[in-house]
Design a protein around this ligand. Structure first.
Ligand SMILES: Nc1ncnc2c1ncn2[C@@H]1O[C@H](COP(=O)(O)OP(=O)(O)OP(=O)(O)O)[C@@H](O)[C@H]1O
Ligand SMILES: [Mg+2]
Length: 473
């Protein structure tokens, strides 16, 4: 033991104002790492008073506060410290626990201090608490983005980026799910977002689940490649525990793309295939345990049990078209007849990939003339769009296909009751199918004047279904 730590071991903490400052700094770093929040004045006062053996009543009266308020604040503080340290912290033991870590800090040599295999960065400066956009880390994050697609152009999405930034910067958001039909721009938006929040995280990782790795392979790769874990536990349980420890220890952003590949095709949407249930359990644990990290899921089907209304820790953003920003795409494609671009964008729902594909077709078949293309009475879907929609169609259940077929034939939006009456399947089955189509982002749901919902599908899907009468269902 060093000379200094020996002295600490034999001295009463309450006699050493210097060490109280150290302990306060430690508690501040611990909390910051855990919640992203700094100790406020009252929390500091409570720790100081407790270390000096004061009762809550005395702390309250000295600070002109009610005893109840001090007691409540203290109880939350001990709970937060318990969560981050993984052991019960209370008024009686907070001094000895923090002192123990301070001692181990004094004998450790680097920037990181350890306690119960938990490390915190002790070199952070206090940042102003008031600004939600304040910097969270001052070092460059570790990036593991090798498999992320490079984006060359990016237009619009200001509102979406701002919303995502707010959720991401808020340290309590543990899981964000970005949803939208294929090609709508989910991956592009997520990659762009990384540029917007470079100093918020210590780790930023991108992985696609396109090739459906089993959960064990996925975790092994993540721990070894992204977090350079030298010791890898044997069991899945232990690997999850190790990952959760890291998520508590560092502020990490893990982007998991193409989540829908883990779901059952031909079944109602968002249900994990039996062999991928482990992912569901992992996400649930990440949503339920306390940490400052964020898991960013990207999917064309909303995963079960991770909806935004369940808790403030989980947020969902459903992506729609690019709107007028899509004119930039048509400009890049050097299409003609600019005055009709608005019409083209509307017909293709501002869907960036459909517009890119259609622009290519307009060049190939109509020498870039949008007016000529638009003179055709029905929407023309390029072969690429059709193949993309074929892949989507085969994932639907028979009842979903029936509902889609019915909606494709309707001029206007219809009520739920109309769908139930006209489809020859048991009503519960039809209701489940409608719910599932919503989860796949295939149904547009607009409120009726009597607040019942009106259902319709977008014009591209309509055109796909009506121009393919041989589609099953
Ligand atoms: N904001 C944007 N600005 C310009 N182009 C965009 C934008 N978003 C998407 N795109 C274009 O649309 C294409 C499809 O986007 P992206 O791959 O992000 O869609 P996705 O929703 O992730 O599709 P999938 O579900 O198939 O993975 C991109 O390759 C890009 O060319
Ligand atoms: Mg994608």
């Amino acid at each position: 033991m060093s000379e200094r730590s020996d002295k600490i071991g034999k001295t009463n903490l309450s006699d050493r104002s210097m060490d109280i400052a150290e302990v306060l700094k430690l508690a501040d770093d611990l909390l910051f790492t855990h919640t992203g929040d700094r100790l406020d004045h009252l929390q500091e006062t409570i720790i100081k008073g407790t270390l000096q053996g004061q009762k809550y009543a005395k702390i309250a009266s000295e600070n002109h506060l009610s005893e109840g308020h001090v007691r409540d604040t203290a109880s939350k503080l001990w709970q937060n410290l318990s969560d981050v340290l993984g052991e019960d912290v209370n008024k009686l033991n907070v001094g000895s626990i923090l002192e123990k870590i301070t001692i181990s800090n004094s004998v450790s040599s680097g920037n990181f201090i350890s306690f119960h295999q938990l490390s915190i960065c002790s070199e952070r400066r206090r940042s102003p608490k008031s600004s939600p956009f304040s910097k969270q880390t001052e070092t460059k994050p570790n990036l593991d983005l090798d498999t992320a697609p490079a984006i060359t152009t990016f237009y619009g999405r200001t509102e979406e980026i701002n919303k995502l930034k707010t959720w991401i910067i808020e340290p309590h958001t543990r899981i964000i799910t970005l949803l939208g039909i294929p090609g709508i721009g989910k991956t592009t938006l997520a990659i762009k977002l990384i540029e917007e929040i470079p100093d918020q995280f210590q780790y930023i990782i991108y992985r696609s689940l396109r090739f459906c790795p089993n959960i064990d392979t996925f975790l092994t790769d993540l721990l070894q490649t992204s977090f350079a874990s030298s010791t890898l536990p044997n069991t899945l349980d232990q690997k999850i525990t190790q990952l959760l420890k890291i998520l508590r220890q560092y502020r990490c952003l893990i982007i998991l793309d193409d989540l829908q590949m883990l779901f059952q095709p031909g079944q109602f949407a968002g249900q994990y295939q039996a062999k991928f249930e482990g992912y569901y359990l992992l996400f649930k644990q990440i949503a339920e345990s306390s940490h400052p990290s964020c898991l960013f899921l990207i999917s064309s089907e909303q995963p079960e049990c991770l909806t935004s209304d369940r808790s403030k820790f989980v947020q969902v953003l459903k992506l729609s078209g690019l709107g007028e920003s899509a004119t930039q795409i048509l400009k890049d494609k050097e299409l003609l007849d600019e005055e009709h671009w608005h019409n083209l964008i509307k017909k293709y729902q501002g869907h960036p990939l459909w517009l890119e594909m259609t622009a290519t077709m307009i060049h190939e078949l109509f020498a870039g003339k949008v007016t000529e293309f638009l003179t055709y009475p029905s929407l023309i879907l390029s072969n690429e769009i059709t193949s993309q929609l074929n892949r989507l169609w085969i994932r639907l259940t028979d009842t979903e296909k029936q509902v889609m077929n019915y909606l494709a034939k309707q001029e206007d939006a219809v009520t739920l009751m109309q769908v139930l009456q006209l489809i020859s399947h048991p009503p519960t089955e039809v209701l489940k199918a409608i719910q599932s189509l919503k989860i796949r982002c295939l149904l547009e749901d607009t409120p009726n004047c009597d607040r019942s919902s009106l259902l319709k599908i977008n014009s591209i899907l309509k055109s796909y279904i009506t121009s393919h009468p041989s589609l099953p269902g």
